[in-house]
Design a protein around this ligand. Sequence first.
Ligand code: UDX
Length: 436
Amino acid sequence: MRLSVVGCGYLGAVHAAAMASIGHEVVGIDVDPRKIASLTRGEAPFFEPGLQDLLSEGLASGRLTFTTSIAAAAGAAVHFIGVGTPQQAGGYAADLTYVNTAVDSLLPYLAPGDVVAGKSTVPVGTTAELAPRVSATGATLVWNPEFLREGWAVQDTIDPDRLVAGVPAGLEGERAADILREVYRPAVDKRTPFIVTDYATAELVKVAANAFLATKISFINAMAEIAEVTGADVTQLADAIGHDARIGRKFLGAGIGFGGGCLPKDIRAFAARAEELGRRESVNFLREVDAINLRRRDRAVQLVVDGLGGSVFGKKVAMLGAAFKPHSDDVRDSPALDVAVQLNGLGADVVVTDPQAIENARRIHPQLTYEADRDVTIRNADAIVMVTEWDEYRRHLSPEHASSLTRGRVIVDGRNGLDADAWRAAGWKYVGMGRP
Ligand code: UDX
């Protein structure tokens, strides 16, 4: 099928490359000429495992092209919208400027029977508001939310755990759902659940899923707070409750909490939208989820201060990690960087390392010192703080090796990912989060 993908950021670039890899003819469109130039050269504008290969293959096959010209969308049967919906400046609600602009710019190039499939995360009610503009051209608007995780985006796009389509009522909606089934044929043939529903449900599925995941993380982090005043160990607690199949162990990793381009902004936008709908009380707990999450960053800072005897002033603190999670170079709302910035503000000589995210981190926090080499970062450090659980830090840094480089023997494990016994046995003061 011929497809267009409007917006070639994280979501759109991966979607375009993945759709070409399953045999479609895809044009990716973005207003940013630098992004398009880089994609056209086959260079992913961000770090995402597997994307580079997919891009090269797609470009070489001739099935994948990129352009800044929206006119190139003409002739495609399905037009995906993958632009960003960031948090509004000065508020919690989502900024829909890019979605509105993308849809309006597509209108002149739509033909009757085309499907416009929104993938961006939008506040419930957005699709119904946009639909009349699309219908006026004879095309059909559907909402087809994306659940990809950074670091696993390629796999999640080609082989998702479910597909959701919010469609209009009646024959028009059924036809549009059939067209989407055709787009996702390989997944549909594998019996991937394909849920066809109304607009509001499809929009809510996405924000509800992210709200649930954020709540799960903040739940275990709240337990970490209780563990800290009772001497309990939150990691053992998580293992024990995680054995209950109804609860499950995933997303019960206590530590410095969640960040990134999705969970923080999505729960805030959800709370803002619920308030507009007169249902503030229904998701009031999300404010608590947000507050718990932010407190854990402060807690990590406190643990470093305590670990260094009450002050970090003039002490060298080596920060292992800047990205909001491993396998990503994304530093948007990164808890790791937040902790680094706070320690820097307290007068610590902070040095930050990360296998992928240094350039992005430097752009938003140029005041910090960055070092690509892990061992140079920890050399002469008074304390090490592990804030992003890359394998380089979690698995491949032995306490013996660290001892040969650092000045101090304090390690704060912001992700509860290190072997506490091994570090202690090597003479280190190991400090976990929510652990005695
Ligand atoms: C998330 C959703 O998982 C995905 O379905 C949606 O499409 C986009 O938002 P992503 O932002 O890539 O994906 O990150 P995710 O893997 O969910 O992690 C989010 C944050 O939570 C990270 O900062 C991570 O370190 C943190 N986290 C995750 C924890 O603190 N503890 C955990 O147990 C799991």
